[in-house]
Design a protein around this ligand. Sequence first.
Ligand SMILES: Cc1ncc(COP(=O)(O)O)c(C=O)c1O
Length: 375
Amino acid sequence: MLDITPDTQNAIRQRLAQQERDRFITTHPKSKALAEEAAAHWLFGVPLHWMSDWSTPFALQVTQAQGATVTDVDGHRYIDFCLGDTGAMFGHASPPVVQAVQREVARGCTTMLSSQDSAWVGAELARRFGLPLWQSALSASDANRFLLRWVRAATGRKKLLVFNGCYHGTLLVLDETHTFSSGPGGYARLHGLQPDALVLGKPIAGGLPCAVYGMTAELAERAVQAKRDAPPGHSGIGTTLTANRLTMAAMRATLAEVATNAAFDHMISLCSELADGLRACISRHQLPWCVTQVGARCEFQFGAIPPTNGTQAEALFDAALEHLIHLALLNRGVLITPFHNMLLCSPATTRADVAHMLQTFDEVLARLTAAGVLI
Ligand SMILES: Cc1ncc(COP(=O)(O)O)c(C=O)c1O
């Protein structure tokens, strides 16, 4: 073991990070030019400021995403384990979703009226997730906000309590946006939980802006009563483009043909292989890290014991180390989720993709360990 002070270790980290940044700059001239052009008119240089929070020195400019790969303007092809932080959990540009969108876009995107797909989608949501009554939104954030408003209206209680790693209340509301990775009916169905309401976001319409939230008949009855009791002129809860024809068609295609039982079997078994491989690699390099898995989603964390609440998870964050590892992986052809160390396996992810990720991860850890960064 090398004897290195924290200051020296910091200096080595910074040197390695600079080497990775230099490598990225040299190999991504077209991304650089486009990023500089975009900076003139987009605040933070990007249309959504999170896009500049990745580990790269300037935003990677993407030309296409197919299956489990992303291609950038410089022609680099990446194996994508980020998958839009779950938005593309079922793969980029799945053929059934592409066909549904191509068909419906030519028939009109939005009318503020129900479409031919609504009845089928509602019945399928009820069948899969075990809650009988549903509403739609354009993002998981909106769905959570809307559901909280309904819950407040239904209960007449205005205050919300936020718990850290435990639950107590009269109503149980779950957000399955990430944990949909557990299986076709999500985490609650798999583990026999009985929520009063739940939210499903990002991947539900194959990556189009869409989310849904469902509730029990009892909660729905109270929500309907609250709506009836609202004063005249009250416009309710939603946004104009919500449940538009295009996203309803994409959601139907996703549920009917993409997020199938067979797809989940493939995703979860590959992710188990990935999680086992990450653990083996971490143990080979004698690092005090852990790997957690929720179905098709796994995550390595910088602590020996898996955290069980938000405070514990936050205590394990090391943004500088994360950036260094993420950029080193990206420079070697692998994307993982920024802001945490999450990897997802999609129906399009292959065994070879997993093997490549594990080999690259091993190379990166070997490099960092040899330099004394991970002591
Ligand atoms: C569990 C969960 N719910 C909701 C959201 C918000 O989703 P969106 O950004 O699509 O509104 C996120 C975002 O990462 C999430 O992780």
